[in-house]
Design a protein around this ligand. Structure first.
Ligand SMILES: [Zn+2]
Length: 457
């Protein structure tokens, strides 16, 4: 909202009537670093599993966070046949679910569907790999000793992808992350001992770059999972098909290398930072759409995550993916519209629902079309912190706060609940991060209403 003539009385009235939006300054209420919520059953499950199998608890949490964002997805296996928050897998190459059943004597049903059993099973498998790999009892407390067991747990056949899988877990330990019910795992210095994987090329480094798209790493799919062609000569390329992986980034790249998969995509994007790996050359036909005509005439792009969990749908991934789609549409003369940039769910005969309702088509098409303006604004509450909510309205959960006087980036603007603040009464909400919104009534953007060139969410 535009900066207006300021009436103190009006502000106080606004603050009083908008208590749902503003809280008195205080930390966001997160538990101290490393302190679990004592009553949380999932936190307790990690305690139990870590103690019983002598696996570092934070390592277990990081693996679960990398695989699922600690989401059980009860009853819904990943694309690669993995179950639960720890992705216990049962496919022709990776049999961690069966191994967990043997080691824990828990039933496969419990391991697939009960969070505590799932975590216990993963810990048992990791410990057995550590024992087989010569990790001594004295070394088990050191997270850096667990790189090889974690890499084996991921089940990748390609050493670079195996390294990627385990390195992802260590990157989380390095940066820290918020795991169970707001429990913070603080970042730390890590120096994983990679053993046989130390010489494996880092994906995206020398020798592992895509020749089709500069920013992409190259990790070729199994030849069982795509069809060699000479597109666009043999077939026109007239669509881009958007997917969600239903699995992790490294796990999906690895799955495309598994001859049993019978599926592949040209590109896969990572949620956390928009990194991208190519698995099938654009000239070749990836098996992604479940429809031969669409397969032959499209490029398939996967995005790390699960359709039912908005935590995976990050700005970094949207922007990186849109940059690729923008390049593809230029290269093949594909119109930048929803008739030609489609979801898997829109392919005739599709049995998949991806990318699902959490995928923001409006935003994605705006990015693909070059409408990439980012606005900014200054928060004004006079003294209190402004609540940040997970959606565009006062009824959405509070997910953080910003201080009075802070500058925020505005990625897009949405219509939500009406709020009165220092800058008047408005139903505009500014998206200032992934699933983070603040009412425009408390933000000076220099514009009345919408900010020019900033997309609608
Ligand atoms: Zn799909």
């Amino acid at each position: 909202m535009r900066v207006r003539t300021f009436h103190r009385g009006r502000l106080l009235l606004a603050l009083t009537t908008a208590l749902a939006t503003v809280t008195v300054a205080s930390p966001a209420g997160a538990a101290p670093a490393g302190t679990p919520a004592p009553s949380d059953p999932l936190a307790a499950a990690f305690d139990t599993a870590a103690a019983r199998y002598d696996v570092p608890r934070d390592l277990l949490l990081a693996l679960g966070y990398a695989e699922s964002r600690l989401d059980m997805h009860v009853g819904t296996p990943s694309a690669a046949g993995g179950y639960g928050l720890m992705h216990l897998a049962s496919n022709p190459r990776v049999r961690t679910l069966d191994e967990a059943a043997t080691l824990t004597r828990l039933s496969p049903v419990a391991l697939r569907t009960e969070p505590a059993a799932n975590v216990l099973g993963a810990a048992a498998v990791l410990r057995s790999y550590a024992d087989q790999g010569g990790v001594t009892a004295a070394a088990r407390d050191d997270v850096n000793a667990w790189h090889a067991p974690v890499a084996r747990y991921g089940g990748a056949s390609d050493p670079s992808v195996a390294r990627l899988y385990a390195d992802t877990v260590y990157d989380l330990l390095r940066t820290g992350f918020t795991s169970v019910r707001g429990e913070a795992v603080p970042g730390r210095a890590v120096a994983p001992r990679r053993g046989d994987l130390e010489p494996a090329p880092v994906l995206g480094g020398i020798g592992t770059l895509s020749t089709d798209y500069g920013p992409a790493a190259w990790a070729p799919a199994s030849t069982s999972n795509y069809t060699v062609a000479s597109r666009p000569g043999s077939h026109p390329i007239n669509r881009v098909v958007i997917h969600m992986t239903q699995g992790s980034y490294a796990g999906s790249i690895s799955w495309f290398q598994n001859p049993a998969a019978k599926v592949s995509a040209h590109y896969t994007f990572r949620s956390s930072d928009g990194a991208v790996t190519q698995s099938v050359r654009e000239k070749d036909i990836a098996h992604h759409a479940g429809n031969w005509t669409y397969n032959t005439q499209s490029i398939g792009i996967e995005h790390e995550g699960y359709v039912d969990n908005p935590a995976w749908f990050t700005d970094a991934m949207y922007r990186a993916s849109a940059a690729l789609t923008r390049t593809l549409t230029t290269r093949y003369g594909i119109p930048r519209d929803r008739a030609h940039i489609i979801g898997h769910v829109e392919v005739p005969g599709a049995t998949h629902t991806d990318p699902g309702p959490n995928w923001n088509w409006t935003y994605y098409l705006q990015l693909v079309n070059g409408i990439t303006g980012i606005g900014s604004g200054t928060v004004n509450t006079e003294s209190a912190n402004l609540n940040v909510r997970s959606g565009p309205g006062s009824s959405y959960p509070v997910v953080g706060s910003v201080a009075d006087g802070a500058t925020v980036s505005v990625y897009c603007q949405a219509v939500g609940s009406t709020v009165t603040g220092p800058y008047g009464t408005t139903s505009i909400w500014n998206r200032i991060g992934t699933n983070r919104y603040v009412s425009d009534a408390y933000v000076s953007t220099g514009h009345d209403g919408y900010i020019p060139n900033v997309p609608r969410c």
